[in-house]
Write a protein that binds this ligand. Structure first.
Ligand code: GLA
Length: 691
């Protein structure tokens, strides 16, 4: 079941994790009263309640949760009820010490924190499924129940385990994937370094070894670890689907997490939800947050998603934890809505007085209702009520970014030409360039249908199968535009080099061949001149000076030769001086671009060319600096234009249609004025055509 909305809660969702087991019941009464005051309509309960629900192997205590859910119901607040399985209780751990996870060095991690379980432990899994069933059977018809919340942040603290049970599970997984040991040997390339296996029984997880471990073994291990956690999730999901059909189920994702293939995971979610903790100390945090939110929206093809957790102010787990200055939390919350979220939830409702997270901010801070934080909580709740009508509306980009976890994992394996080629480092400047140009981006998996997109960006496709390459080629032939970043088309799904020269299956489409990789040493850079060694860049703004054509390649460059592509930029210093750096090949009725280097923040000046060629522009032309603009579309044709000012100066934004700012209730005609950290959400009726 995939859902667009929680049918039991109208409008936008607002609330947070509530951990009532940390408080005497008298406090609950005050909690629900204050929740109502703040406009909270959904709280996540039970995330860390296992020890309270099952105090020992044969006792259960659900009475408190009965009372809690009844209390919520009486106050009109819905529950996102957790299955409570993220932290197994001490009695279970002591009865089954083998369920504790083991590191690659053989250290068994102790009880005393959270997420202390081996993903392949049968004892853990059986107990988790049992608890899920008890909760589902007891609460499936409870009127407060709006959403099931499986576990909590899979992969947060423990992403892999190297114990004997994991090893056995890995072997079973390998047998299923490869069929025979001969196939596995071929896939892993075990002829190298005398690693051949005679049987699956001889295989172990990639524990700490004397030197580099077989890369395909490591790649299969990454795949296995994502699958092993997903199997746990699916076991709980199956129980909920069976016992409590009709109630949607989610688990909270962790933004751009390398460990879990969220394309695969999201197929098993009814609703995507995410935990996002942009750092108030990072002046570019909102750009990375936008990128994450675009991914969350894209995971279910543009359906609304839920911001399940964010900090109302400071977190407690960075070395230095800055609070959010006044207005920042509101702005960042609106940003999630601007990028397709239908709800804003937090960690957590009431600040803890004990335990590891007592210095984490909360919707209700330690100081109580006199605090600045509480004022912001109440204000945000009121504003979300004013924005309720936009629930269910959607936004889509015309530009797609290809994201493939398999390729991400393979790219970052050891013993490559440079350890600096990290997926997020490659992706971020591309995304930032589009963000700064006001272009809305969707993420797509390698198998996606690309028909909706005029422009497809692939900052890196180290691992690329021929089916994906064929799809990209067909897209360009039919008039699409593709921009492909360096070190792409290198390996097949076994991490074997494609024969015949890089970029392998993209060589013909891109019209280039890579002769050799030339990583650039840290702290140095290579000059790149747009427009080749001479002449202006095609599509460069009239009057663009030579300075606008000078870019710097960092960390990576390639010796490439063209085979049908034209050269748009050349290396201008170093060993590759004079050789092509950026190329374009006209192919069919589209074009395919290749960037052979990492251009850091200069990438925007290159991307301007394919953007222009593809006819992809800003969501709202003429945006002043620091202002983010997105547009959500309702089924009836109403549009909601979000304008967010992330900068310290007031900004005036020219509008392309008149409307009403839902935050203030005032009409806006030709321009909106945004205070520093200010925002507007402008409803534009269907009848108002863009000029
Ligand atoms: C994660 C967890 C929460 C809490 C927060 C603190 O998101 O899911 O339980 O620990 O971090 O920021």
């Amino acid at each position: 079941m995939t859902v667009d909305r929680l049918t039991r809660v109208p409008g936008l969702l607002y609330g947070g994790d509530w951990n009532p087991e940390q408080w005497p019941e008298q406090v609950w009464a005050e909690d629900v009263k204050l929740m109502a005051e703040a406009g909270v309509n959904l709280v996540t309960v039970g995330v860390f309640s296992w020890a309270r629900l099952q105090p020992d192997s044969h006792r259960r205590d659900f009475g408190w949760l009965d009372r809690l859910l009844d209390l919520l119901q009486r106050h009109g607040i819905a529950a996102d009820l957790a299955t409570a399985t993220a932290s197994p209780p001490a009695w279970l751990v002591r009865a089954h010490p083998e369920l504790l996870p083991v590191t690659a060095d053989g250290v068994r991690l102790e009880f005393g924190s959270r997420q202390h379980y081996c993903p392949s432990s049968t004892a853990y899994r059986a107990a988790a499924v049992r608890l899920t069933r008890m909760l589902a059977e007891r609460y499936r018809d409870h009127p407060a129940l709006a959403l099931w919340h499986i576990h909590n942040e899979y992969g947060d603290h423990v992403q892999e385990c190297f114990c004997p049970a994991s090893a056995a599970h890995f072997r079973r997984w390998l047998r299923e994937r490869h069929g025979t040991i001969g196939e596995l040997n071929r896939s892993w390339g075990t002829a190298c370094w005398s690693q051949g296996y005679g049987s699956f029984e001889q295989i172990e997880p990639p524990r700490t070894a004397p030197g580099p471990v077989n890369p395909t073994q490591l790649l299969d291990w990454r795949r296995f670890c994502s699958d092993a956690l997903l199997a746990l999730h699916r076991a709980e999901k199956a129980v909920l689907d069976e016992v409590s059909p009709g109630v949607p189920v989610t688990t909270n994702f962790m933004s751009m997490l390398k460990a879990l293939d969220y394309w695969e995971w999201s197929r098993h979610e009814d609703l995507v939800s995410d935990d996002a903790y942009p750092d108030p100390a990072d002046p570019r945090a909102h750009v990375n947050a936008a990128m994450t939110y675009d991914l969350m929206r894209s995971l279910k093809g543009g359906r609304p998603w839920l911001l399940m957790e964010q900090a109302p102010s400071a977190v407690s787990w960075r070395p230095v934890n800055l609070p959010k200055r006044p207005g920042l939390h509101r702005l960042w919350s609106l940003q999630a809505l601007a990028r397709g979220a239908d709800g804003i939830l937090h960690f957590q409702w009431r600040a803890s007085s004990a335990g590891a997270e007592k210095f984490h901010s909360a919707m209700l801070p330690h100081r109580g209702t006199a605090s600045r934080g509480w004022q912001e909580t109440v204000r945000l709740g009121a504003e979300l009520r004013r924005l309720g009508e936009l629930a269910g509306s959607r936004l889509h980009g015309r530009t797609a970014v290809l994201l493939d976890w398999d390729s991400w994992w393979a790219l970052e394996l050891d013993d490559h030409p440079s350890a600096r080629m990290r997926w997020l480092d490659l992706l971020r400047p591309w995304y930032a360039a589009l963000y700064e140009r006001g272009v809305t981006v969707d993420f797509v998996p390698p198998g996606a249908d690309l028909d909706d997109y005029r422009l497809v960006l692939a900052p890196n496709l180290y691992l690329l199968d021929t089916a994906t390459a064929d799809r990209l080629t067909a897209h360009v032939r039919a008039g699409g535009h593709l921009v492909c970043g360096p070190f792409s088309g290198i390996a097949d799904r076994h991490d074997h080099i494609h024969p015949g020269g890089h970029p392998g299956p993209l060589r013909e489409l891109l019209g280039v061949v890579v002769d050799e990789h030339w990583p650039i040493p840290d702290g140095t850079s290579t000059a790149v001149t747009l427009g080749g060694a001479t002449g202006a860049a095609p599509g460069a703004a009239p009057g663009a000076g030579a300075g606008d054509r000078e870019l710097r390649a960092e960390h990576w460059s390639e010796w490439i030769e063209t085979e049908g592509a034209e050269t748009l930029a050349r290396y201008a210093s170093g060993a590759l001086a004079g050789l092509p750096a950026v190329t374009r090949r006209r192919y069919g009725t589209g074009s395919a671009w290749y960037l052979s280097c990492h251009l850091g923040t200069g990438i925007g000046r290159v991307l301007d060319l394919p953007l222009a060629e593809a006819g992809v522009g800003a969501e709202l032309p003429g945006l002043p600096p620091d202002v983010e603009a997105t547009r959500r579309h309702a089924a009836d044709g109403t549009r909601y234009l979000f304008l967010l000012n992330h900068g310290p100066a007031e900004r005036r934004v020219p509008l392309d249609a008149p409307g009403t700012d839902l935050l203030t209730g005032t009409a806006v005609a030709t321009a909106a004025t945004l205070a520093p950290l200010g925002a507007a959400v402008i409803r534009i009726p269907a009848a108002e055509e863009r000029p």
